[in-house]
Design a protein around this ligand. Structure first.
Ligand code: THU
Length: 138
């Protein structure tokens, strides 16, 4: 698949990052199953733990607009290296990922890597692991 548009939206989304503490801007763009794109940036907080990553901002925007079927997400950080999604974001992406979901790790508009979610989050904890559980509360 050609991810040029998704990548350019992720790079653009960085501009809106609110990152006064880390000074590290991140942008993300998620492609839904029906072809919509939702963007997100990191939004920091003076209480550092309340910070929201760019990927989660984009995923939450898509889901809150009724799109629970995610086909791809592009992520662009602001150093010269590739910025991979953090562990919490990988888990959040996994909740709404279609089986073959692709993660596009962007260095710049010409240099990027396409990974399967499975590659960066092997042995994920998913819904089916809650099935047939022991009854603890009767
Ligand atoms: N950050 C993201 O937005 N996405 C990532 O995948 C890695 C980290 C943000 C969180 C924080 O605002 C800043 O980058 C530094 O950790």
């Amino acid at each position: 698949m050609d991810y040029k548009k998704l990548i350019s939206k992720a790079v653009d989304a960085k501009k809106l990052a609110y990152a006064p503490y880390s000074k590290f801007r991140v942008g993300a763009a998620v492609l839904t199953g029906d072809g919509n794109i939702y963007t997100g940036c990191n939004i920091e907080n003076v209480s550092y733990g309340a910070t929201n990553c760019a990927e989660r901002t984009a995923v939450f925007k898509a889901v809150s607009e009724g799109h629970r079927d995610l086909r791809a997400i592009a992520i662009a950080g602001s150093n010269k290296e590739y910025t991979y999604p953090c562990g919490i974001c990988r888990q959040v992406i996994s909740e709404f990922a279609r089986e073959d979901m692709e993660i596009i790790i962007v260095k710049n508009e010409n240099e990027y890597m396409v990974k399967k979610l499975e590659e960066i989050l092997p042995y994920a904890f998913i819904k089916k692991h809650l099935e047939n559980r022991e009854k603890v509360y009767d």
